[in-house]
Write a protein that binds this ligand. Sequence first.
Ligand code: MTE
Ligand code: MO
Length: 371
Amino acid sequence: MTQAPKKSVVDASKSILKPLPPGWFVDHREVDAAAGEENDLALNAEMRWEAMAEVGYLTPNELFFVRNHAPTPHIDASSWRLHVNGPGVRENLELDYDDLLRMEHVTVVRALECAGNGRVFFGEQEGCEAPGTQWRLGAIGVAEWTGVPLGLVLERAGLKKSAREVMLESLDDMKMRRPLPVEKAREEDTLLVLAMNGEPLLPDHGFPVRVVVPRWAAVASVKWIGRIHVSEGPLFSPWNTEKYVMMGGDFGEKREPVTEQVVKSALELAWPARIPRGRREIRGRSWSPHGSISQVEYSVDGGPWRRARLLEPNIPGAWARWVFAWDTRPGEHVVRVKATDERGNCQHETVPHNELGYLYSGILGHPVWVH
Ligand SMILES: Nc1nc2c(c(=O)[nH]1)N[C@H]1C(S)=C(S)[C@@H](COP(=O)(O)O)O[C@H]1N2
Ligand SMILES: [Mo]
């Protein structure tokens, strides 16, 4: 008997396991699955910013966005292994889940944000639509991550002075391979994460173990990590040569892998928002990879820029919440917000165009209908 040809048919409805209530998420899966290339599906759930109005500083695990290139795998922690090898280390190291549980743990609060967060605005605000998931601003979350510093594991494998890059390889069907310079891998808050907001990782967020690489676009934060290859020379994979690169548009012939994130702000309101008339407290959050937020300004309907009040905490590499009062009148309005970080990096009117629509940090006009 001849075998049926192998065809990868993905049931998008089972690709993300946690519930995605429509009040919390925009489910991008159907649109993206239809447009996606075979084997490179975009199975994405975007957090709705209006849902953040109800919660504190951290994004709850249930509300955290999901960006999957292949369905969430079921991985058994007891048979899971992490392999560390390659010419950049002296030993082939194999660790299991209990080994990691026994090692020194670090807990940090950091943002995790997709490189394509805000992509829809390349089209809507800049008139240069970029292909891919049309994220608004909900491909970000801030969580408390607990895990073992990746640098410790590299040391344990006998990291050589000549080591140059690490290839992070995942266990899901995508078999993601994303290289990282050794210096970034050894930063004290680059972690092999076991827990998110005090709970073991959810399967959708990388159970049993994922990497979290703060300040860099989240594509480097490989979920379901299985192998780390350490090289003595530069490493290449589609993930730093084709897929997550700044190219085209203002980058011309250049091709630079996406690394550090950019400054952004979001209102804790629906897009477009509908709010009742009267005096309102408008809330939102701003973030930067370069440090804490030093100033947030807002402008209503093209009026003067005024300062919003910043709230604590204001953790570098996470975000700051802010609030301002607005005496609203019925009608259609546009609210603009811009943030500046402690090093003077800020949001601008326009952003560098690039073919794949990454790192949007422009000042947005948020439509608000007052009734
Ligand atoms: N193994 C694996 N890791 C991955 C991905 C993936 O598809 N597979 N997506 C990456 C991208 S592009 C993003 S934005 C983040 C999303 O993390 P989250 O789903 O936990 O929010 O995971 C990154 N790590
Ligand atoms: Mo991403």
